[in-house]
Design a protein around this ligand. Structure first.
Ligand code: NAP
Length: 471
């Protein structure tokens, strides 16, 4: 034992050495955190059930029984699973007034009625419990791959203890984020269990839209041709139909990025204030706009790839060859159609420009890029260029339809082409936006967004009659 305490004294004498911190538990997380802390100059004393130090313990660290280890430091990091916390009850006196850092996670969301940190604070009421480090993995600590999870959420009821833990977090090269009192621990403990929370709805929605339009196109292009004309176009399922579905889903998702902003503007105009909460569904929708846009970009990218392979498709080559041969055999030539030349070139040009701006929007939504532009620049790109992208992509689809909109042969079984359906939401968004930018609507909306509030009628009437009587 003497040997151990001498070692602690010696480490604290070394210049640049930080304080001694105690870690309870020599499991994966305890060892990794201890290793990282030692690299950053801390002296580490492990509290363990067995002082037979196994070979995995970081070199230079001390291993003591829990009670003795706790005496060496004012900060104790508890790297033990919640189910084993009961041993702490016997250490109540030693842990009195000490900062106890709870790093634990659960296997399921809201697994227990209270958070692990609140349970710990109930078990050891006289120590100051702080929740931290649970979003950092043992692997990242050991391998140094902390870029993806540099943020450490911290919460606790004692502000001094919380500051002390945040200081440790900073000295490890991580970024502490104060989440407030221990009540926030449930939320922090749920973070690592979330599975792409912001991506869930955009992905479900895109899959549902893809499935719907895929089957719609199969009915219209494959089943109809088979039943009514006896032709087998089942191979359309491989490229033709996916190349219809991808741009349709991309366009609808892009329009859905801007639709909640329109709803929000209408709500604010009706309410005459920005200080009342949006309904939850609108809040959720606004929060996942970036993800909706990125999924839309992925679909647009697939559409570009499918389009690039068109010239090498057997079906396309066969059609061109048979058309040319039939022209030769019949000794016929078609005069050049200038209208078709314009339609075809504008269709492609609008698609290229739309896709270019789409990619630009995607790039500016990356954290490393969006962090390097100011708020006005970000708004310019995401709002103005975003609407321009929507206009170009909608125009691309409209020109694709060209003269076919009014052709009755384009409605087999009275089903409009899928691209016509895809135009509904984008056109609604663009028309509504067009009205919103009218000065008579835009001015009050801008005022509301700058904090102006419309007074309720009876209140403004009372105020004016009060003013008159005062005069
Ligand atoms: P682990 O490998 O199972 O280690 C837990 C340690 O707790 C054991 O090594 C043991 O240390 C100690 N312990 C105390 N009483 C015990 C008992 N009755 N039975 C068994 N062990 C007991 O777990 P871990 O992965 O290090 O995780 C520790 C805590 O960190 C957990 O609460 C976990 O949620 C949290 N966490 C882990 C990670 C990660 O990446 N692993 C990330 C964030 C948070 P001794 O043998 O020295 O007594």
């Amino acid at each position: 034992m003497e040997k151990n305490s001498t070692m602690i004294l010696l480490t604290s004498d070394v210049p640049n050495k930080k304080e001694t911190v105690c870690i309870f538990g020599t499991g994966d997380f305890g060892r990794s955190l201890g290793y990282k802390m030692m690299q950053c100059g801390y002296s580490i004393v492990f509290g363990s059930r067995s002082i037979q130090a196994p070979g995995l313990i970081p070199e230079g660290a001390t291993v003591l029984p829990y009670a003795e280890a706790a005496e060496t430091s004012d900060v104790i990091i508890l790297a033990v699973q919640r189910v084993h916390y009961s041993f702490l009850e016997n250490l109540g006196d030693i842990l009195r007034g000490k900062v106890l850092v709870d790093v634990s996670n659960n296997l399921k969301m809201n697994q227990y009625p209270e958070s692990n940190a609140e349970y710990l604070s109930w078990l050891v009421p006289r120590s100051k419990v702080v929740k931290a480090f649970n979003t950092v993995s043992a692997w990242a600590l050991q391998s140094g791959a902390l870029d993806a999870s540099r943020q450490v959420f911290v919460c606790g009821d004692d502000s001094k203890s919380k500051e002390k833990v945040m200081e440790i977090v900073r000295s490890l090269g991580l970024t502490p984020l104060d989440k407030g009192s221990l009540l926030a621990a449930t939320e922090i403990e749920n973070y690592p269990l979330q599975l792409f929370p912001m991506w869930k709805y955009p992905i479900y929605l895109s899959l549902a839209l893809s499935a719907f339009f895929f089957f719609y196109c199969v009915i219209r292009d494959v089943i109809y041709s088979h039943v009514e004309k006896g032709k087998d176009f089942s191979f359309f399922i491989a490229i033709t139909i996916p190349n219809r579905v991808c741009p349709i889903v991309a366009l609808i998702l892009l329009a859905l990025v801007y639709l909640p902003g329109i709803f929000a503007a209408i709500l604010q105009l009706c309410r005459g204030t920005k200080y009342s909460r949006f309904p939850d569904w609108l809040d959720q929708w606004m929060l996942c706009r970036k993800q909706l846009g990125l999924v839309a970009l992925a679909y647009a990218f697939l559409h570009v790839l499918y389009t690039l392979v068109i010239p090498i498709r057997y079906y396309v080559r066969w059609r061109i060859n048979s058309y040319v041969l039939s022209q030769v055999f019949n000794n016929k030539t078609d005069p050049f159609n200038y209208a078709n030349g314009w339609i075809s070139d504008s269709y492609v040009a609008l698609g290229i420009l739309g896709f270019f701006l789409f990619v630009l929007l995607g790039i500016t939504s990356l954290p490393s890029v969006s962090n390097s532009v100011n708020w006005r620049e970000f708004r310019f790109v995401q709002s103005y260029l975003g609407y321009l992208t929507l206009v170009l992509c909608t125009a691309h689809t409209l020109v694709y339809g060209g003269k076919r909109f009014l052709n009755t042969a384009s409605y087999p079984w009275f089903l409009p082409a899928a691209y016509i359906l895809s135009l509904i939401i984008p056109c609604i968004v663009l028309v509504m936006k067009f009205f919103l930018i009218f000065p008579c609507i835009d001015r009050p909306l801008t005022n509301i967004r700058q904090g102006w509030e419309r007074k309720p009628k009876d209140l403004s009437q009372k105020n004016s009659s009060y003013c008159r009587s005062a005069v």
